[in-house]
Ligand binder design. Sequence first.
Ligand code: BES
Ligand code: MN
Ligand code: MN
Length: 459
Amino acid sequence: MKLNHDQQRFLEEWMDFLKIPSISADPAHTADVQEAAQWVKNALLQAGCPMVEIIPTEGHPIVYGAYLVDPDLPTVLVYGHYDVQPPDPLELWDSPPFEPIVKTTALHPDGAVFARGACDDKGQMFMHIKAFEMMRSQGPLSCNVKFMIEGEEEVGSDNLEDFVKANKEKLKCDIILISDTGMIAKDQPSITTGLRGLSYMEVCVTGPNRDLHSGLYGGAVQNPINVLCEMIAQLKDENKKITIPGFYDKVVELSEKERAEMGKAPFDLEGFKSSIGIKEVLGEKGYNTEEHRSIRPTLDVNGIWGGYTGEGAKTVIPSKAYAKISMRLVPNQDWNEISELFTQYFKSLAPVGVEVEIVTHHGGYAYVTPTDTIGYQAAQEAYLETFGTAPVPKRGGGSIPIVPMFEKELGVKSILMGFGLDSDAIHSPNEHYGLFNFFKGIETIPKFYEHYVRLCKEE
Ligand code: BES
Ligand code: MN
Ligand code: MN
């Protein structure tokens, strides 16, 4: 790919942004998160957004920008996040996570930028700033644009929730536009029509009041790690159904017609397996892989620790064992209720000789975007124009808890125009984002505005 002058500059700016380690989860990086907020503010001002402010919260700041032409014209609110996930495990990165570098891969012969946040969500969010800059350079826009870029998405958006509730007038808009999801393939665009909810728990099993010599005590007392494993094993049955009583009660089942419609989206199971190095998939009985990762709720252990994990061997029975367990939820499941059901059930699984403590970290609701709206239609036409292929609707498996919140508090739907790929390795070592995807995004976004404004007029 031959980059023109502007594209070269966009790439350099994006890489500059990626050098800031804005890890929201790590208090040691608070100053970096603030620097990233400042960077976003400057980028918006430079792009031609006349009013930009940094709004402090009890956690990390929100960057808010407004370009208001006429209250009678439609208003688009762009949401994104400038915070990133921790880069660990560092030793698995081929190049340092905050020293962005362009490399080519089989999938990205034109190159991809490798860095934490390259895709999620610095790269995707930055596309909106550059698309806005391009549109502004051609004269005034025929709609109002607001930007709300937060620094706490990766830790649950708790403070953003309060901000949204308290600033409904300021955030008033007709549609919310977000690029923080993916698409099927470079030659098969898709629009994300759903997100899963989430309930994130942490459990601690305590046995004896101190670590014990496993020879002197082994066999006579409960080992908290063994117990924790036995308890976790009981959370799913042989059909991979979650055993928590009431867990599926409110789950919305899709009709056969809806499932058949879903099944039309192209999916390469062999490619899926080989891309993650597994020989076989196995999920909840009665559903296929694409359904497992979108319309069905799940439960996964995200981390488990306790006892001796250092070099060599140590013969010990630990006093405590821990696990982080999260559940992805689907429409109508209430994450507070699910957290409660989990807590009751998990405690009921505790055998004699141990104590169990459980905390709820955070959660969020699932979300569905209807496809019969002008917002969806505008996105569809935009992709069709720039990719030459009609995008297909696709329910996603990830979560962006603020999206259902926007709907509840502002009464506004979000259009999820993602340009990422599953292979981008978001949250993993060697996260990257293709130059093709980045520039295609910058090309497609202005088309969305064009079609959206036209369709609003026609309505
Ligand atoms: N951008 C992701 C969510 C995503 C990615 C949705 C790809 C669909 C496709 C977002 O930054 C994220 O990682 N969300 C978290 C939830 C949050 C509460 C930590 C997630 O899904 O684990
Ligand atoms: Mn994200
Ligand atoms: Mn993320």
